[in-house]
Ligand binder design. Structure first.
Ligand code: GLA
Length: 380
């Protein structure tokens, strides 16, 4: 990937620039909790985005995407927003940097990625984080790491129409090889947990299903949670986010809110607790409990939050049937991957069966990605 980027940069722009990279992410547990002020437990992975960048002395960005084989040029003012989705991510990062008082001037860039698109591995956060980190470094803005993550998140909100939480950009900026990171999305306190499960492996099974309306469905889930939190707040003013609410407080408002919002909130309140239970279990080396929590999360995401799909439920059921320790849909949902915690001795059989049975049922093979927890945003 690096050689390809450098060659293309040379052809398009001549003199070489600097290379930056950032990563996609997995999340062990804690899904749809970030925008509810709860915990998440992600880590950066060994696939991501790489970009070569050089200041060009103008007020224009000239960007080439190797994967889309497309060249786009845009200015840095609000009205200069490009039409191409991939370019909007870069434009958004420039604008959000400027909004935070940072300097951004014209630059040339060529970039490429190896995060599977639409698999729920946050290729977009990898792209945002690469540029947020790089522009901060190149223009010497001194923006701190949390604000770099927020630049990516605001890019999604303001330029891409997804009201996402902070998890993906956080993982992509703060990721560290070999460690998962537990983040309290309300206080932004975080802790690295070295993750080297002895006798187990993490593997993603990608259903290769992508749902078109995922971002509007995602925003709808968020609105349901905010609605439930607002109802609970009337009785318990200390509830700032849904994650502050006790389960019994949710029951008090059951008849006041739509049943759908109740079910969404029921899932979130359970999920916040599950992250804490998983962290405790990890400290004891109790992977059976970690796995059981993953299954509970899948159940909640499928039946209460309704962000799973037939293909993912099939993979989850198969994992359960084969005695895989833990399995669940990962990320926002509406397609993408299951994350699976598998005993070493079961690993090969599980992969073989998952590929075979999934292909028989759905007519296309799933993709398999072994998880390698890696570093996040960096200069190469
Ligand atoms: C997407 C969002 C994240 C988070 C997850 C679900 O990846 O970008 O902020 O909400 O979904 O946990």
């Amino acid at each position: 990937m690096k050689a390809k980027i450098q060659e293309k940069f040379q052809t398009l722009f001549g003199e070489a620039g600097d290379l930056y990279a950032s990563a996609g992410r997995i999340n062990l547990i804690g899904e749809h909790t970030d925008y509810n002020g709860g915990y998440v437990f992600p880590g950066a992975i060994d696939c991501g985005i790489m970009a070569e960048i050089k200041v060009n002395g103008t007020q224009k960005v000239r960007a080439y995407s190797i994967d889309f084989d497309e060249f786009v040029e845009f200015g840095l003012q609000e009205e200069d927003a490009p039409g191409q989705q991939w370019a909007r991510y870069i434009f958004g990062v420039c604008r959000e940097t400027v909004k935070r008082g940072g300097k951004v001037e014209g630059f040339d860039t060529v970039f490429a990625g190896d995060v599977p698109l639409g698999a729920g591995l946050s290729s977009s956060a990898a792209l945002e984080s690469t540029f947020a980190f790089a522009l901060n470094d190149i223009f010497g803005n001194g923006i701190d790491k949390f604000d770099l993550a927020k630049i990516g998140q605001s890019t999604e909100h303001n330029y891409c129409g997804v009201k996402c939480g902070i998890m993906d950009q956080f993982a992509s900026i703060f990721g560290k090889a070999g460690s998962l990171i537990r983040l309290n999305c309300k206080t932004l306190e975080y802790k690295y947990f070295p993750f080297k499960p002895e006798g187990y492996r993490l593997v993603l099974v990608d259903s290769c299903v992508k749902h078109e309306l995922a971002s509007s469905a995602y925003n709808k889930r968020r609105a349901s949670c905010e609605n439930a939190a607002a109802a609970i707040r009337k009785n318990h003013p200390e509830v700032e986010f849904l994650s502050d609410a006790k389960r019994v407080w949710l029951d008090e408002v059951r008849t006041e809110i739509p049943e759908e919002d109740f079910l969404r909130a029921e899932y979130v309140i359970g999920e916040v607790q599950r992250v804490l239970d998983v962290c405790d279990a990890l400290e004891r080396g109790d992977y059976e409990t970690v796995g059981e929590m993953m299954y509970q999360t899948h159940f909640g995401m499928s039946k209460l939050y309704e962000v799973s799909c037939e293909e993912l439920d099939f993979l989850n059921k198969l994992a359960r049937k084969m005695d895989v320790t833990g399995s669940r849909v990962m990320g926002g949902g509406f397609g993408g991957c299951t994350i699976n915690l598998v005993k070493d001795e079961l690993y090969d059989t599980f992969i073989e069966e998952a590929v075979k049975q999934f292909t028989e049922k759905f007519g296309h093979a799933p993709k398999i990605y072994p998880v390698v927890i890696s570093d996040g945003a960096r200069k190469l």
